[in-house]
Unconditional design. Structure first.
Length: 491
């Protein structure tokens, strides 16, 4: 006879193996994420150089440290806005509806970057993309989680396939937008990103009805009598932001620091709100406590990894030998190297986790290994630190980004998966937002740390940051038995 809890946990998708052994509905989320990442990384691949290239080269002529800070702050804001997207899903509209309208907002942002010239296009475009991407990311991840029962052994493999879709988009986006940027100009590249998002939006719209009913559920509905208070709080928040900008308290130079501060405050508040909720059982509360060291480690990992879009981009522009049979390929193409390895290796990692089953390393150990390996990747830069222009061979950068990829596959898809497993029922999408807050913190830190980078201090920069990451990973490995106990049966 079947166990009662296992029977209660079963859902139609448990018997559905139509998409590479996964539920068919995964294909729709796979598709919208792939095209959204095509547009996101395609745009981001040329964003930094658009900001600091001279006007004569089609850019805005912003100083490199300030431009890097803006990119880091924008990246942090993307993940910070997952709070809003997750809250709207959990309290008002459900994940599926929020995902759809977030995609519409993203589309408006890419159109703004493509059509509006100068700083106005950057402000309008990045605001829309940051807000929309936050809503889409938190809820796409949550919807994937609804396709599996808590103990469905396909879950980690399913998230790895989901991650493959993300990286297919991340591979082709920088290649094609970079090619258009280098031949026709920046706004043509931004325009192609808008076209990619349009394809993703159409594809998702056609498959919305096939998603599970659970994706439309509002787990903790906001009482209608509190709608007025919500509007008032939102208006006050916008007014405060406008006032800070107009008074000069928030500037392009200190934007990354503001995002770091807001993210830390939001994370602390979120942990307090969730842990103090009466809706949590003792088991759910223990799992949230176990998530805290994973949150800190994840932030450290992303503060290094996201430097692909700050320090590594500048390094590729200034140090990397980009000669390809007498042709200088676009800087943005370097950002397609990592997705190539993800595409090749994500299936390998999914197969390994599936084959090992319950014998695979625990989530805390995967997090620890990923962070240590990420630190080692920064040590590899030391072999070429301090060299002149075009002094770093392309093969060296490919090798370094291979190490980036191995670290990423140990921590990123696993982090998405464990977040959905540790999430309390009343805070499902918001728990995913809490995970993305750690990514927001790391991404904003990547922008702030980039201000410390300079050709004269490359050795110290790469060495110190790499050593800190290794130390954090080792500490998590040492406390992993305690973390695992607190996870209460989740591995």
């Amino acid at each position: 006879m079947s166990n009662t809890s296992e029977t209660a946990e079963r859902r139609p998708s448990d018997l559905d193996h139509g998409f590479f052994g996964q539920p068919r509905a995964l294909a729709n989320i796979f598709g919208v994420e792939m095209w959204e990442r095509f547009s996101f990384y395609g745009m981001q691949g040329i964003l930094l150089i658009y900001l600091y290239y001279s006007v004569a080269r089609g850019g805005l002529g912003i100083a490199e440290p300030t431009a890097a800070g803006i990119v880091g702050a924008y990246g942090g804001a993307v993940y910070l806005s997952t709070i809003l997207g997750a809250w709207l899903a959990d309290r008002m509209f459900g994940s599926e509806r929020v995902l759809f309208w977030s995609a519409v907002v993203i589309m408006a942002g890419h159109v703004s970057l493509a059509l509006l010239p100068g700083v106005a296009g950057v402000i309008a475009g990045l605001l829309c993309i940051a807000l929309g991407s936050g809503g889409l990311k938190a809820n796409a991840t949550r919807i994937v989680g609804t396709l599996y029962g808590e103990h469905d052994s396909r879950r980690d493999a399913g998230f790895s396939l989901f991650y493959l879709g993300i990286n297919l988009g991340a591979f082709f986006g920088p290649l094609l937008t970079g090619l258009l940027q280098s031949t026709l100009g920046f706004h043509w590249g931004f325009g192609l990103a808008a076209v990619g998002m349009a394809i993703g939006l159409i594809q998702y719209s056609l498959g919305r009805k096939r998603l599970p009913a659970l994706s439309r559920e509002v787990p903790n509905p906001l009482p209608r009598e509190r709608y007025g208070l919500l509007v008032g709080i939102a208006a006050a928040g916008v007014a405060v932001i406008v006032a800070l900008v107009l008074t000069g308290a928030v500037t392009a130079i200190n934007l990354a620091l503001w995002v770091i501060g807001v993210t830390i405050a939001a994370a602390v508040a979120y942990f307090v709100v969730i842990l103090s909720s009466r809706l949590l059982s003792a088991e759910e509360r223990s799992r949230i406590v176990a998530f805290i060291p994973l949150f800190i480690t994840n932030a450290a990992f992303w503060s290094l990894y996201q430097q692909q879009f700050t320090v590594v981009t500048i390094y590729s522009d200034k140090r990397l030998d980009r000669d390809l049979f007498g042709w200088q390929f676009p800087v943005s193409w370097v950002q397609s190297i990592n997705p190539i390895f993800i595409i090749i290796l994500s299936g390998v990692f999914a197969a390994i986790w599936t084959k090992w089953g319950d014998r695979q390393p625990s989530t805390p150990l995967k997090f620890a290994a990923g962070t240590v390996i990420m630190g080692l990747a920064f040590f590899l830069f030391l072999f070429w630190a301090g060299g002149g222009r075009n002094s770093t061979p392309l093969l060296a950068m490919i090798g370094i980004l291979l190490v980036f990829t191995i670290a990423e596959l140990l921590i990123s898809p696993v982090g998405l998966s464990v977040t959905t497993k540790l999430a309390p029922r009343a805070f499902q999408a918001q728990m995913v937002a809490l995970y993305f807050l750690s990514v927001a913190l790391g991404t904003a830190m990547a922008g702030q740390l980039a201000k410390l980078y300079s050709p004269g201090t490359e050795g110290v920069y790469f060495g110190v940051i790499g050593a800190v990451a290794v130390a954090i990973g080792v500490i998590l490995a040492l406390i992993s038995p305690w973390v695992l106990r607190m996870m209460r049966g989740v591995r």
